[in-house]
Design a protein around this ligand. Structure first.
Ligand SMILES: Nc1ncnc2c1ncn2[C@@H]1O[C@H](COP(=O)(O)OP(=O)(O)O)[C@@H](O)[C@H]1O
Ligand SMILES: [Mg+2]
Length: 303
């Protein structure tokens, strides 16, 4: 095993988030189960890193550790110089606002009895914005920014499409003016054309706000437009890493080739109903032997 190097040029590009030698275990009756096994990566301020891997590879566990919904067994999660992994709750509280998560299930993660406006205004209230008119004004602006019409403000989650619900989730995350946004399969429950619209929105927001992203996905295609760098995760470990364009063009691992193939699968492009797709393609990829070799695609001609 190599030591927990972050990136070779870490000295030149200071990382905004550095995950170092992260280990996360879940307690089970049969003893602790290791979900994340000595994972390291880093992102510079304003950068965008993708974490890609099949179902069960540890992606959500890493996301939950970064936002400290889970406490790591060991390792460091250094945000802008502060190690979140070991910080007691009292000192963590002021930092929580700075790291926001967009969840996979845009329905389950929105309070069903609140209107879109109330959902987005709530973090503003928690952050101490006491003036209700001001909260409404700001929430309205955020909902407008993510592309929801003014007529949508008073509607509740079940009156929106999946893509619109995800836009509400993004507006809610932005309400805290976070420095880091962790998107955990934020588009995987959406039809493919809607996925593309939400990914476009995330990309625009990054360009406008300079926010730093961790984008989690279960195949490589989703992240090619939005993340400059990628780490590939398998069974809780990093098996490949690099510039997204390079990894897409020439994946070194058979496992990564399988994740890439899933991205190019025509059924994925046509937009198979997400739940069926989750059931049929998240099983462990087959060994590469039986398949034609993957050739370098033209879009991967980056330097
Ligand atoms: N609450 C839990 N208790 C025990 N094991 C868990 C729990 N949550 C996740 N795991 C296990 O941890 C591993 C990683 O899960 P997860 O981070 O959800 O993967 P992913 O998001 O990549 O699908 C899996 O083997 C999963 O079964
Ligand atoms: Mg997950």
């Amino acid at each position: 095993m190599s030591p927990a190097a972050v990136t070779p040029d870490a000295a030149e590009v200071p990382s905004f988030l550095a995950v170092e030698d992260l280990v996360v275990d879940y307690p089970t009756p049969a003893g602790p189960v290791r979900a994340v096994d000595h994972v390291s990566f880093s992102v510079p301020r304003g950068g965008s890193l993708a974490v890609v891997g099949e179902s069960g590879s540890g992606k959500s566990t890493i996301a939950c550790a970064i936002v400290r919904l889970l406490k790591p067994a060991s390792g460091r999660i250094v945000l802008d110089g502060t190690d979140l992994a070991t910080l007691p709750e009292r000192r963590l509280r002021p930092l929580r606002r700075r790291v926001q998560m967009v969840f996979q299930d845009p329905y389950g993660s929105l309070a069903p009895h609140l209107t879109a406006l109330e959902i987005v205004a709530e973090p503003l209230r928690v952050a101490g914005m006491t003036d209700k008119t001001e909260r409404r004004r700001r929430a309205t602006g955020l909902l407008d920014r993510v592309g929801l019409p003014a007529t949508a403000l008073e509607r509740r989650p079940d009156e929106f499409s999946g893509g619109q619900r995800q836009r509400i989730g993004i507006a809610r995350a932005l309400a805290s003016e976070p420095d880091l946004l962790v998107c955990d399969e934020a588009t995987s429950a959406l039809d493919v054309s809607v996925q593309a619209q939400v990914l476009d929105l995330l990309r625009e927001l990054r360009e406008e706000t300079g926010i730093t992203y961790i984008v989690i996905a279960h195949h490589l295609g989703v992240v090619r437009e939005i993340s400059t760098d990628v780490v590939v995760l398998k069974a809780g470990r990093v098996v490949e890493r690099g510039r997204t364009a390079d990894v897409l063009a020439a994946p070194a691992e058979p496992y990564t080739r399988a994740l890439r193939r899933a991205a190019l699968d025509p059924t994925a492009i046509r937009g198979v109903k997400p739940r069926t797709r989750a059931a049929s393609t998240t099983a462990a990829p087959q060994p590469a032997e039986g398949h034609a070799p993957v050739t370098t695609s033209p879009e991967g001609t980056g330097k």
